[in-house]
Design a binder for this molecule. Structure first.
Ligand code: FES
Length: 319
């Protein structure tokens, strides 16, 4: 991982279905961009301290450009609106180098990619990578209606079109995709990947579990979650910096430490990306993220500073 930012320019902007724009970002001098793996995302730096993450959805074999799809979220905390309003063709912006928190597993078994709505974006890059590697996979793209889903034509015209399965609820009397069909060809070597609205993902993951998928064969990336915020205030001792702060009732640990002058890296600010992960030396965190697994949460030796709080009156953190 690197903190170095890259300057890119919006070479192409396409309006897709139901409020999604697809942006093609390139180096201003036409140089190749850093290589990326399927499942990777970049941070877009949108000004006014807004940093938002978007999955790369182009072929990972082609690093002449990065492609992202951004849904205009009516509940946007500023990120998607800034993308839609400010990032016109020719606009220069800064981005992070790609980071991958949602990698494909090293397996020759079947990969089952299940994207809900705009959550299909990382699946597109995965499908390119799996197709190029000659590995078996199926991509299921689910949404409420065809008109609300972006990238449908791209998928149907892709080199892996024969592996794409579309399911739009309104074409099935409102019923969701038949998960028995989705997992029909799965066996003990299969891995399942899902990204989409939280309720959709939980439904898909519960089905995978019921069909015998072990946790390590279920891969997920949340892009929008409801984070419970606020609570009683508590004390945090940042041991490496020798600074003590009080985290207020409506403040995050990241905010309290930043106000005290520490540099705390945050990105999603909703406990999904892992950017603000920190080791816990002492005390009991109140985990509120969806990034750590249940087992990792039970260990209580690391936590996310953007959303998690404390069950003990004091935490000692390695920062
Ligand atoms: Fe993404 Fe904290 S900033 S988990």
């Amino acid at each position: 991982m690197t903190d170095e930012l890259l300057t890119v320019v919006v070479r192409k902007r396409e309006q897709h279905a139901a409020g999604v724009v697809a942006l093609e970002l390139v180096d201003p001098q036409g140089q190749p961009l850093p290589a990326f793996e399927a499942g990777a995302h970049i941070d877009l730096h949108l000004g006014d301290n807004l940093i938002r993450q978007y999955s790369l959805c182009n072929d990972p074999a082609d690093n002449s450009a990065y492609r992202v799809g951004v849904l205009k979220d009516p509940n946007s905390r500023g990120g998607s609106i800034a993308v839609h309003e400010r990032l016109l063709e020719g606009t220069e912006l800064q981005i992070s180098a790609p980071r991958n928190l949602f990698p494909l597993a090293a397996t020759d078994g079947r990969s089952i990619l299940v994207g809900g709505g705009i959550g299909v974006t990382p699946m597109i890059a995965m499908a390119y990578a799996l197709h190029a590697a000659g590995k078996p996979f199926d991509l299921w793209y689910c949404g409420r209606s065809r008109s609300s889903c972006a990238f449908v034509d791209d998928l149907l015209n892709s080199v892996f079109a024969d592996r794409v399965h579309l399911h739009f609820d309104d074409e099935h009397d409102g019923a969701g995709v038949d998960l028995d069909r989705v997992f029909d060809d799965a066996d003990d070597s299969s891995h399942m990947y899902t990204c989409g609205p939280a309720g959709f993902m939980e439904w898909v993951m519960a089905s995978a579990t019921s069909k015998g998928f072990a946790d390590e064969r279920i891969h997920k990336e949340f892009f929008q979650v409801e984070v419970e915020t606020g609570g009683s205030s508590f004390e945090v001792y940042a041991e490496a910096s020798d600074i003590t702060v009080t985290v207020g009732e409506n403040q995050s640990i990241a905010q309290a430490l930043t106000e005290a002058g520490l540099k705390v890296r945050v990105s999603c600010e909703q406990g999904t990306c892992g950017t603000c992960l920190c080791d816990v030396i002492e005390g009991i965190p109140d985990h509120r993220d969806v990034f750590l697994t249940d087992e990792e949460k039970e260990d209580n030796d690391q936590m996310l500073l953007c959303c998690s709080r404390a069950k003990s009156p004091r935490l000692v953190l390695d920062i």
